[in-house]
Design a protein around this ligand. Structure first.
Ligand SMILES: NC(=O)C1=CN([C@@H]2O[C@H](COP(=O)(O)OP(=O)(O)OC[C@H]3O[C@@H](n4cnc5c(N)ncnc54)[C@H](O)[C@@H]3O)[C@@H](O)[C@H]2O)C=CC1
Ligand SMILES: CCCCC/C=C\C=C\C(=O)C/C=C\C/C=C\CCCC(=O)O
Length: 251
């Protein structure tokens, strides 16, 4: 399932993207890691390269820049000859620069999804594959201290579910899945920058309610989403209590 498969992971210099890339490499996949943060990307690349040699390549990329993202896909296909998995993981929290928050989280995911479909659809020369989009519990519930972030993650769910129901995509072997974790122990949830949220107390209360998961807690759900080839269109919440498929709301 993993051996010889080829993946693109955005925002993979650190945090969940780095963990996901490590999981894929450990299981024999080939991965193009990419990130806007060149210095952190270089460090991660060196770390992976020493363990996984030719199975990892790296390409600096800001997901808000279509040309840079196209280069990631081009380089991956040129190097490994195929593409099987896209993890649209790059994300930020920023309520002051909410335009950037939407552009990275939602538009970046849209860009990566469109490229993924272009490279993986059978009618476009691909072999099918999986597009795994990172949403959040904030994509399912309203979050009063990060409204723009919540809007971006709600958008990711709507966008992913919509394509997963399109016959041209389904019939050409591409499936799409959304992961929606609660708080995970990465730099993202550090209270290091006021522009991240509107209301520190509000954020603190919700963190106390849900707790903080280690990145290890997300790995089995990530692996299962890849292994379960019947899984298309799922939106999966992940909390300390476990993982659950969120039913499609009906009017
Ligand atoms: N940590 C958490 O509590 C949760 C995180 N998520 C989502 O998981 C994903 C990964 O987040 P974490 O690993 O926690 O955060 P993180 O902050 O540790 O890592 C995010 C990575 O994305 C990169 N990035 C930021 N802007 C970028 C851009 N324009 N282009 C390319 N790369 C960019 C950063 O440089 C960083 O390496 C995000 O989409 C986030 O919204 C979802 C639910 C909970
Ligand atoms: C410490 C500051 C945290 C600011 C928020 C930072 C990042 C959050 C990223 C997430 O994706 C968090 C995940 C989910 C939000 C949690 C709960 C939503 C439900 C709210 C509720 O039930 O009241």
């Amino acid at each position: 399932m993993f051996s010889g498969r080829v993946a693109v992971v955005t925002g993979s210099a650190q945090g969940l993207g780095k963990v996901f890339s490590g999981v894929l490499l450990e299981r024999g996949s080939k991965v193009c890691i990419s990130d806007v943060n060149q210095s952190e990307l270089e460090k991660t690349y060196k770390e992976f390269k020493s363990k996984y040699a030719e199975n990892v390549i790296s390409q600096q990329c800001d997901v808000t820049d279509s040309e840079q993202l196209k280069e990631v896909f081009r380089k991956t296909k040129d190097t490994y000859g195929q593409l099987d998995l896209v993890v649209n993981n790059a994300g930020i929290v920023n309520e002051k620069n909410w335009q950037q928050c939407i552009d990275v989280n939602l538009n970046g995911t849209i860009r990566g999804t469109m490229l993924g479909m272009e490279y993986m659809r059978k009618d476009k020369g691909g072999k099918g594959g999986l597009i795994l989009n990172m949403s959040s519990l904030a994509g399912i519930f309203p979050v009063n201290y990060t409204p723009a972030y919540a809007a971006s993650k709600h958008g990711v769910i709507g966008y992913t579910r919509s394509w997963s129901m399109h016959p041209d995509v389904v019939n050409n072997g591409v499936r799409l899945v959304c992961l929606c974790p609660a708080f995970v122990d990465t730099d993202m949830i550090k209270m290091d920058d006021d522009s991240k949220f509107v209301g520190t107390d509000l954020a603190q209360q919700v963190i106390e309610k849900f707790g903080i998961m280690s990145t290890d807690h997300i790995i089995p759900v990530f692996v299962n989403a890849i292994e379960d080839e019947e899984n298309n269109g799922s939106v999966i919440s992940i909390t300390l209590k476990g993982a659950n498929k969120i039913p499609l709301p009906m009017p």
